[in-house]
Write a protein that binds this ligand. Sequence first.
Ligand SMILES: C[S@@+](CC[C@H](N)C(=O)[O-])C[C@H]1O[C@@H](n2cnc3c(N)ncnc32)[C@H](O)[C@@H]1O
Length: 266
Amino acid sequence: MEDPGQSVVSAGYDAVYAATPNSPTLRRLWHLHAEGPDFPEEFGHVSFVTLDQLRRMATELRLGPGQTLVDLGCGRGGPALWMARETGANLIGVDLSSVAVQQAGARAAELGLAGQARFVVGTFADTGLQAGSADGAMSEDAIQYVPDKRAALAEAARILRPGARLVFTAFELDAERSAGLPAWGADPVGDYRPLLTEAGFSVDTYEEAPGWPEPVTATYSALLDSSEELKREMGEMAAQALFLELTMTLQQKPYRRRVLAVATRA
Ligand SMILES: C[S@@+](CC[C@H](N)C(=O)[O-])C[C@H]1O[C@@H](n2cnc3c(N)ncnc32)[C@H](O)[C@@H]1O
């Protein structure tokens, strides 16, 4: 049976993604405060990945044309499509939200990358991909929502071939402050390193990532300050789903840090 926290996450993201194309305010504020002025708008996202960070992730992934890259929790596919274009790798994006997957596929076609990218509905713990089929995997600010992070990292190890790298940004969770919260409270991992090792990775890099905490606070506060415009553009339900996450993050402070991890599959 699907974890109830996971259903809350997928319903919330489905609503927000469905409303995103109608909300220039959401896009404008995310670009201004989270992406930064140099981030190419056609690859826009809802994480906190900057262009510098994506370039760093590309270097760490060490991928080339024709190799297979998987993005876990890919959302509407922006950062992963940038990575596919940059490296020439063939991309498979996986996300819980069927709306995200449909929009990511449409975006790949618009960007002329349809032949190089496909997107599937799946979870971190159950991607549906073949064992040893990926030459690299990435993830941007998604794993903190996963109800069983051990299972997620075991699945990443399963789909990667030996020697392949997993490169991700994620929020570490504070167990006390996330207790009782949907999704975050289910498995509040404060350090992903022991789980990576247990799953069969060697940890090459684990560091605090730029994008913490100022851009998170600035982005979420700016969105809450524009709640009336957002409700008008997105509709009440999608806006409320968005505000719930923003408010809980700012008030409960479930995150310890935002980290960048690079790990190699043994
Ligand atoms: C903050 S968004 C980031 C999306 C994308 N990486 C980006 O940069 O725009 C987090 C994403 O994780 C997805 N997600 C959350 N829990 C998941 C799970 N258990 N399995 C797969 N995807 C999940 C959500 O649907 C959402 O698209």
